[in-house]
Design a protein. Structure first.
Length: 260
């Protein structure tokens, strides 16, 4: 399968992998800033954006396989990778497999306890159902600071301070793409993320975490670093699950400083 993707800028390539939501447009808040310094390649995973869904099993492993195939097809061996949420888990899986170069994982999934993953599913499923029911009203609701606060309190540390344009694509994506539910099932019911022993990854690994993340809660960061002992942990203060929303300049700088 060929993944739909966009390319912006020039320089050393940087591959961006989104989480649940809008596909490559999830990176819109920081895509331009990254492209001022690098060639940025942002993909739509299978079933998101303009990439068709997988014909077989949807799992973190098969979604990661599609990205590994894309890297080979595009001649991107050794490319630095950046992912957020589900995409953060996937770039760590690529690093564990020995694929790619430097890795930046922002608020990755897969490091929860059984109780935490139950809470993750129990809270996020109703949120997806709600935004689907409210789909026609989303532009108006997200244009209001009150509406953003009510809809995005689980995802952002300061939803009232965001602009509608920052969040609309991702929230619409949760409503529009049926594969969100299937991918959520894969996250909840599939295996937890495996680690990479010290000295086995091919590049630098940086894990960024929002101090106020209510989706992948901050205590999971310690488990991530234990499983990836070569990783450097960066904390985003006053930041929820989407650093590209709550801390776009800091996220941009971390990505550029942590990748070659």
């Amino acid at each position: 399968m060929s993944l739909n993707h966009v390319r912006r800028g020039s320089g050393r390539p940087l591959l961006l992998i989104h989480g649940l939501g809008a596909g490559w447009r999830s990176w819109s808040p920081i895509l331009g800033a990254l492209a001022e310094h690098r060639e940025v390649i942002a993909v739509d995973l299978p079933g998101f954006g303009e990439t068709p869904p997988l014909t077989g099993e949807v799992s973190i492993a098969t979604l990661t396989d599609s990205v590994a195939d894309f890297i080979r097809e595009q001649g991107l061996d050794g490319v630095s990778t950046v992912g957020q949420s589900m995409g953060g888990r996937m770039v760590l899986e690529l690093a564990r497999r020995g694929l790619g170069g430097d890795t930046v994982a922002l608020d990755p999934g897969g490091f929860w306890s059984d109780r935490e993953v139950f809470a993750f599913g129990a809270t996020l499923r109703p949120s997806i159902k709600l935004v689907r029911a409210l789909r026609p009203l989303l532009p108006a609701l997200l244009g209001s600071s009150v509406g953003r606060t009510l809809l995005l309190a689980q995802l952002s540390a300061r939803p009232w301070a965001l602009s509608r344009d920052t969040v609309l694509a991702d929230v619409r994506g949760l409503a529009d793409f049926p594969v969100n539910g299937t991918a959520l099932d894969a996250l909840i019911h599939g295996p937890k993320q495996q680690g990479a022993p010290a000295g086995t990854v091919t590049g630098r690994v940086t894990i960024g975490w929002g101090r106020r993340d209510l989706v992948t809660v901050p205590k999971q960061a310690a488990r991530a670093v234990e499983l990836f002992p070569d990783a450097v942990l960066h904390w985003f203060e006053r930041c929820g699950h989407f650093p590209q929303w709550d801390a776009p300049q800091e996220a941009t700088r971390l990505i550029l400083d942590s990748t070659q």
